[in-house]
Write a protein that binds this ligand. Structure first.
Ligand SMILES: [Zn+2]
Length: 880
């Protein structure tokens, strides 16, 4: 493991390397403890670089066994080798062949970066800097090389040998060994290199591209699990078709392979022609996967596939440009899911995710721009800001340009930069070129951290028939950026009149307004609409056109009106959600001694009407009825957070809604019971989601535990089973029903690690102070392994990032357990430990007693010896 060198990498320090590696040939002799890697690199000195310039290659924990140039072994005086670097002092030749031999031990690689073994399968993860754990290389994304890979292994150990590109040769050798050769004609950076070898089952299919080429598709899984890969294969074919239809992008190799492995740091990886997946994002059937799992599989299969153009054919110049591939590809997978499912429902879910994960990042010590300017450890920048906010920025470009010019810009991007390592400036330039617009102010969305806020108030003058909006923007300070510049914020809006009809106006001044969007560019705008015949309610940030917070001085009556009548379905949901949030904050103040909240009864009545509104999709109704989470409420309150009081406030509102709608909810619950065989489609999933949220409410009423137990026992799919188990464990923790259901679930899925993750997760999320001891005990469960990232995330990750009352125990026991466990995980896997540690990012918003305990736990981690670069970076920034 690399310990921290303290080095800070800065965007302004970027310079091209002195040498290029146009061709890379790799030969692997696989063995669990001693894999021999021979790399033959065609190296070229860049024009204008002095002949005396040394060639400095990156390594990470490597042992060099041999080095030669053009067949001549180098003498000790010609190079310097350390585990982390190989320097050829003066190669002298302009072009030469460098031959390197290294030896690595995949079986003891628990960091899961580079080449490692998972369940007896060899696999790789090279993004961001894992390739340097395989051989010395210019391990940076702007070094594009054409790879040929030969893999050799005993046939019985690894009957399957895969790498990037197309298969070109294979054969049998002496002593039961065999080999395969792969060639990838597309130049690629080293982070996209991949190798898989082992005994795996295969699901085969094919896809004919728009120009009529046949592509062989393969999904490889643990033998015996082939039937669980059908949904993933279907999602892959739909993704390939969609990218042709929506972006004109065709697949380019003869084969496309996906491999599912059980030990994986991330969700999945887009290696050229050979995607490697965390098996939880491939394997699914109704018995083992929830509807949310199906939707995730579809989205992640699509995301990795879409990278073939946005990431692989056009890659990033350096890691500061990570959002160039990630933000754009997340935007593309969101659009895909919106087209495959329901656009309104998908948009609400995206915004909930953005607010839950990115907004706290922006508001805390780990805030950074979508394109960061500096980093100590790039692994820590695979963040919600780079991914989710990065996607929102692309969406805003489309909003500003309109769909036709946006598509023209994307076409130009593909045409102009195919085969290159590009930058955000390159990306923005194509949209300026196709539209003639100046995006300089807009570009601040990439360069400036923090969530902008708009304060909006409105007034209507009936006599003058004038409606006026006063808009003021501000961007809060973030670490190392105290002064902010004004942003270009595309604010979609609508004026809503009686019965929900749009209200027309004759002229508007005070800001550019086009296609239902106000372009906010200054600190203050007074936007005057004239010729307005009735007093409208204003619907703001429709479709969440900009990732901002809104402080709108709007009357509760207007919010209630919009929650029932807004023609924009996102804004309608938003209006109701704002009412819920306001009620929850009022209830929170009441718990701490304030006055009784005012409009809870009116809100409960509206909830009942939304629940049975047949004009709304069931999935939409389910989202509307699910209360803002405890962390969301905390974020909106801002400071002095007492998680116990927030929990109590949320329970109070939930009970009010449940009690007021008992009959309505019961009848609807009964009518939604699944009839006929299970299908994972969006409409069926929506009905299940609505029924399960109703169960959640009804479980708060007398006989709630019995109802949930019946739901659990009658369940014919994982969605219903897991929902009922959650209700029992979280709402009726000490009941006999909960105990029995937990035991039954464990017995039924013993031996299926992925499903038991749900069992760990549900128990780690049980609210209250007793859960920390339960989590400690579950770490001793035979199915738990601290070396497996999925197990760690299910149990420790859920407890620390999703259990507000358990983790933030006032006596600090939750934090103490957390600090110990993070350090334990770190010994094996620094990346996973660093990710876990981000659970502490909002510690300064806690009330003082908890704040103090949280600081102590952070210091305990910071003071540990030999901390990895990954963990030290997160902890020090969190404490700063
Ligand atoms: Zn990605």
């Amino acid at each position: 493991m690399r310990t921290d060198t303290g080095q800070v990498f800065k965007l302004e320090d970027y310079r091209p390397s002195d040498y290029l590696i146009p061709r890379t040939s790799l030969d692997f002799r696989l063995s669990p403890d001693a894999t021999r890697v021979t790399a033959v690199l065609t190296v070229e000195r860049r024009e204008g670089v002095a002949a005396s310039a040394p060639l400095v290659l990156d390594g990470d924990g490597l042992t060099l066994l041999g080095v030669a140039i053009d067949g001549q072994p180098l003498s000790q005086a010609d190079y310097q080798a350390t585990p982390d670097q190989l320097t050829i002092l003066a190669p002298a030749k302009q072009r030469f062949e460098l031959r390197l031999e290294t030896e690595i031990a995949p079986s003891s690689n628990e960091a899961l970066m580079g080449l490692y073994r998972s369940n007896n399968v060899y696999c790789t993860q090279c993004e961001a800097e894992g390739f340097r754990r395989i051989t010395y290389f210019l391990d940076r994304p702007d070094i594009l090389s054409v790879y040929t890979v030969r893999i050799e292994a005993p046939h019985n150990e690894a009957p399957l040998l895969l790498s990037n590109g197309n298969p070109v040769e294979n054969g049998v050798l002496a002593d039961g060994r065999h080999y395969a050769v792969w060639h990838d004609p597309f130049p690629k950076p080293s982070y996209l290199f991949a190798l898989v070898a082992g005994a795996l089952g295969k699901v085969a299919d094919s896809f004919t591209t728009m120009s009529g080429r046949e592509v062989a598709l393969g999904i490889y899984v643990e033998p015996g699990k082939e039937r669980l890969a059908g949904y993933a294969m279907d999602a892959l074919k739909r993704s390939m078709k969609w990218d042709e239809d929506a972006f004109g992008r065709e697949y380019d190799l003869d084969v496309f392979n996906i491999v599912a492995v059980s030990d994986f740091n991330m969700g999945a990886m887009e290696n050229k022609g050979l995607n490697i997946f965390n098996d939880k994002y491939v394997l699914a059937d109704e018995e083992t996967a929830t509807d949310a799992d199906f939707a995730n599989i579809e989205a992640i299969i699509a995301h990795e596939y879409f990278h073939n153009w946005t990431g692989n054919r056009i890659t990033c110049r350096d890691w500061f440009q990570l959002c160039l591939k990630e933000g754009l590809t997340v935007y593309r997978d969101h659009e895909f899911s919106a087209d495959q499912r329901s656009r309104a429902v998908k948009r609400i879910a995206e915004v909930r995710t953005l607010r839950a994960h990115q907004f706290p990042e922006d508001q805390g010590p780990l805030a950074h721009p979508v394109r960061p300017r500096r980093y100590r450890e790039i692994n820590n920048f695979y963040t919600a800001t780079v991914y989710e906010k990065g996607s929102e920025v692309v969406r805003m470009i489309r909003t500003i340009l309109g769909p036709e010019l946006f598509r023209a810009g994307m076409d130009l991007y593909f045409e102009r930069h195919d085969g290159e390592a590009a930058t955000i400036e390159d990306f923005l330039k194509v949209f300026e070129d196709v539209s003639g617009r100046d995006l300089a102010q807009f570009a601040l969305w990439y360069h400036q951290a923090g969530t902008p806020n708009l304060t909006v108030s409105s007034s209507y003058n009936a006599a003058a028939r004038a409606f006026t909006l006063e808009i003021e923007q501000s961007v809060p300070p973030t670490p190392s950026e105290s002064r902010k510049r004004l942003m270009h914020i595309p604010l979609a809006f609508g004026l809503v009149g009686a019965g929900g009809k749009p209200v027309a106006w004759e002229t508007v001044d005070g800001a550019t307004v086009e296609d239902g969007v106000i372009h906010v560019r200054k600190r203050r705008h007074t936007v005057r609409f004239s010729g307005v015949s009735e007093r409208p309610s204003v619907s703001l940030n429709r479709g969440f056109s900009a990732p901002i917070t809104l402080s709108a001085q709007q009357r509760a009556d207007d919010q209630f009106f919009l929650a029932s009548h807004d023609g924009d379905s996102f804004s309608r949901w938003q209006a109701f959600n704002t009412l819920l949030t306001d009620a929850l904050i009022a209830a929170f103040r009441h718990v701490l001694g304030g006055k009784e909240p005012a409009f809870a009864a009116r809100l409960a009545e509206l909830a009942g009407r939304i629940a049975v509104d047949e004009a709304l999709e069931p999935a939409y109704r389910a989202l509307a009825l699910s209360l803002p989470g405890e962390a969301d409420i905390a974020r909106d309150i801002g400071k002095g957070i007492d998680p116990d009081a927030i929990f109590a406030a949320r329970e109070m509102l939930a009970r009010t809604i449940a009690a007021a709608n008992r009959e309505v909810f019961s009848a609807l619950y009964d009518s939604l019971a699944d009839k006929g065989p299970f299908t994972p489609d969006a409409a069926s999933a929506g009905r299940r989601a609505l029924r399960n949220i109703l169960l959640d409410y009804l479980s708060l009423l007398p006989e709630g535990a019995a109802l949930a137990a019946r739901h659990f026992n009658a369940a014919t799919n994982m969605t219903d089973r897991a929902a009922a188990l959650t209700v029992l464990a979280h709402r009726h923790a000490s009941s006999r029903e909960a105990e029995e259901a937990l035991a039954a679930f464990e017995a039924r899925y013993r031996g299926d690690a992925l499903v038991l993750d749900k069992w760990f997760q549900i128990q780690a999320g049980v609210p209250g102070r007793q859960t920390v001891e339960k989590v400690r005990a579950l770490m001793q469960h035979p199915a738990f392994s601290i070396a497996n990232p999925n197990r760690v995330r299910s149990l420790i990750g859920t407890f620390s990032s999703a259990n507000q009352t358990g983790f933030h125990r006032a006596d600090g026991q939750g934090y103490r357990f957390f600090a110990e466990t993070v350090l334990e995980v770190e010994k094996r896997n620094p990346q996973v430990a660093a990710r876990l540690a981000t659970a502490m990012r909002s510690w300064r918003s806690l009330e003082t007693v908890r704040q103090d305990k949280a600081r102590q736990a952070l210091l305990q981690i910071a003071n540990a010896e030999n901390l990895s670069a990954d963990l030290r970076d997160i902890v020090e920034r969190t404490l700063a």
